[in-house]
Ligand binder design. Structure first.
Ligand code: MLT
Length: 258
């Protein structure tokens, strides 16, 4: 399906995939910081933001196929750098598994390569059913908002907490439910890391309680050309909570590749 997206700037292509239950606006600061030297492509994934099209279960592979279709539609022929935060990272790893030859480099932010535990998957599917039945994402917000932001953000940045709440609230219930089921069913892609012969940045907030700095270090070590960046004062949503440090880390990585 055709994804809604923003495409800006000229230069080597960088694709940024957002997390759950969010949308492309999450990357606004990075898009602004990169567009003078890169062609930045930032979609709303299926079911999220302005892209509809999700019902039942939206697998990470399906979301990845949409992104590949988008890149073909945008005539991206040369190698590109792919970045994904959290759920965006799950989608990115599906692309890596099937299309690594098209990549110039990979950026995994606040994400993991492993699958959900059976219990976590069951909880997600139960939440998806309740969201659908209620026709509201209120319970998703109540569950995710406390976890995705770091303690510094919760204590010191009420306006950012409110912005993230609103971003989450703009997600369609059907889309949220479909992506929850898709995340619950995703396979373990740890083995994909060791096979990637491309430079890879693993970036994580020092206060990220969902995908921790320790887990991120393990991912960076599993990647043959992996490097780790830890972002101060940020939880799981590094690109929003410390947007400047995140943009700078991404830029350093991209400039080394160019
Ligand atoms: C996200 O930020 O995309 C989600 O926290 C991912 C997840 O729930 O596994």
């Amino acid at each position: 399906m055709k994804l809604e997206r923003v495409v800006e700037g000229r230069g080597p292509v960088v694709v940024l995939l957002h997390g759950f239950p969010l949308n492309r606006a999450m990357w606004d600061a990075q898009r602004e910081g990169l567009r003078d030297t890169f062609r930045v492509i930032v979609p709303d994934l299926r079911g999220m933001g302005a892209s509809g099209g999700a019902a039942g279960e939206a697998s990470m592979d399906l979301l990845a196929d949409d992104v590949i279709e988008l890149l073909d539609a945008e005539k991206v022929e040369g190698p590109f750098v792919l970045g994904g935060l959290s759920m965006g990272g799950y989608v990115a790893l599906s692309i890596v598994e099937r299309s690594a030859a098209r990549l110039r480099g990979l950026m995994l932010l606040d994400t993991r390569a492993g699958a959900d535990s059976p219990e976590a998957a069951q909880n997600r599917r139960a939440l998806a059913d309740r969201v659908e039945a209620a026709g509201s994402v209120d319970e998703v917000i109540a569950s995710f908002l406390p976890k995705v932001l770091g303690k510094t953000t919760h204590a010191e940045r009420p306006a950012l907490v409110e912005r993230v709440r609103q971003m989450m609230g703009a997600t369609a219930p059907a889309g949220a439910a479909a992506c929850l089921r898709g995340m619950a069913s995703r396979p373990d892609r740890t083995a994909v890391l060791a096979k990637l012969d491309r430079p890879a940045l693993v970036l994580v907030g020092e206060e990220d309680a969902l995908t921790t700095p320790d887990e991120s270090r393990e991912m960076a070590e599993a990647l043959p050309q992996g490097q780790l960046e830890i972002i101060a004062g940020a939880g799981h949503l590094t690109c929003l909570e410390n947007s400047q440090a995140t943009t700078e880390a991404i830029k350093r990585f991209l400039e080394k590749l160019a």
